[in-house]
Design a protein around this ligand. Structure first.
Ligand code: G3I
Length: 345
């Protein structure tokens, strides 16, 4: 797949430590054969490298080593997020919350250490992840409440200083929704107007087989970001074929609901018609990505094979899901063949 798309964009995959550490050797071989860029699914998040006041880099170092040994572009995910941040980050003295200055100091230390450690190795950083809500307003995170909305400016300035050669990205889901898209455009402009470096916009791409977004909606968003002069990354692509478990789209990790049989229809296998529709959706998306490969630098899948997908546990724990290109035996699915066919069109 990486060869088939070489003239268009890089093709990436998010890996868990079981794959990049080599304990799942077959999966590691498949990742090397198919993809030329990687993201750590969890292992470069704040909680993974900075859970207490001390930093723990051994697992993240292994991720970066895997990418370098295999000549893959390395994507760092993520320096600032609303979740998976340890509670101490926001705590002040005597049970109070941290002050703005304290929190900015911790952010500075984190970005210096983490982005600084991998300078020259990590090619892209998600500097801020998921700061916007679907209606375009700012998500009320601890960063926002304690520092104010300029926490984003601070984070990008710090990242530019710590990692001068890395490309700096704002990353979010539902980036096709018009209100959110317009807010993301305004956010990028706000940074650009202040002379703060931002190089890319990550459209996560947690989509579904049916329903929104339409291909037109995704295209409108790609063009809106392109007009800003930044690169577009399709940063966390998967296509969920299971029934809707709730009335919202996207990837809000805060949501969870109970397992009910009607929400888990493919426990015993993925029926051919459902697999065909799933493959068709991927083909439509890749046709669009190919059309806009002048601005899209990479397309990264959020997982290697169906058993590794986060969608087996979100938003309903315990479902059997089929969102990716390789099945539970690492065999290519119809979606893989469909994407390969689009490359030849
Ligand atoms: O590693 C622990 C394990 O020791 C423990 O026994 C188990 C019990 O819950 O939890 C394990 O950690 C889980 C971790 O994934 C590794 O599997 C966390 O609970 C779980 O919350 C975490 O979920 C990740 C989620 O982000 C939250 O960080 C998903 O794997 C990961 O796919 C997902 O990725 C996010 C992107 O970062 C941002 N965009 C949306 C995307 C999907 O939610």
């Amino acid at each position: 797949m990486k060869a088939a798309y070489a003239e268009h964009f890089k093709v990436g995959v998010a890996l868990p430590s079981a794959v990049f550490s080599g304990s799942d050797r077959l999966a590691a071989q498949l990742a090397k054969a198919q993809f030329n860029r990687i993201t750590a699914e969890n292992e470069t998040k704040w909680k993974a490298v900075h859970d207490g006041p001390a930093f723990t880099f051994s697992v993240a170092d292994g991720f970066v080593r895997f990418g370098r040994r295999n000549d893959m572009e390395i994507h760092g995910h993520t320096l600032v997020w609303h979740t998976d941040q340890p509670a101490w980050v926001f705590a002040g003295k005597g049970g109070a919350k941290a002050t703005r200055e304290e929190l900015l100091g911790r952010l500075q230390q984190h970005i210096d250490k983490v982005a600084g450690r991998y300078e020259g190795k990590v090619a892209y950083w998600d500097v801020v992840n998921e700061a916007l809500q679907d209606d375009g307003s700012m998500r009320s995170t601890e960063w926002f409440r304690i520092i104010g909305d300029d926490y984003i400016e601070h984070a990008f300035r710090m990242a530019a200083a710590a990692a001068p050669t890395a490309k700096l990205v704002y990353n979010d889901y539902n980036m096709w929704m018009p209100a959110k898209r317009d807010a993301a455009v305004a956010l990028v402009k706000r940074l650009q107007d202040q002379g703060i470096r931002i190089d890319g916009v990550g459209m996560q791409g947690h989509y579904r087989t049916a329903g929104e977004p339409t291909i037109q909606q995704v295209e409108d968003a790609i063009l809106a970001y392109k007009a800003l002069g930044v690169e577009v990354l399709i940063s966390e692509l998967d296509v969920d074929p299971l029934p809707y478990a709730w009335d919202k789209l996207g990837a809000d990790v805060g949501f969870n609901t109970e397992l009910r049989a009607e929400l888990d229809p493919y426990r015993d296998g993925f029926p051919p018609e459902a697999e065909e529709a799933h493959a068709q959706r991927y083909a439509d998306l890749f046709r669009l990505f190919k059309k806009h490969s002048d601005v899209i630098g990479s397309v990264t899948f959020w997982g290697l094979s169906d058993d590794y997908s986060w969608l087996n546990t979100w938003p309903v724990p315990g479902r059997t899901n089929y969102p990716l290109l390789f099945d539970r035996h690492l065999r290519p699915k119809k979606a893989w063949y469909a994407i390969m066919a689009v490359a030849r069109e």
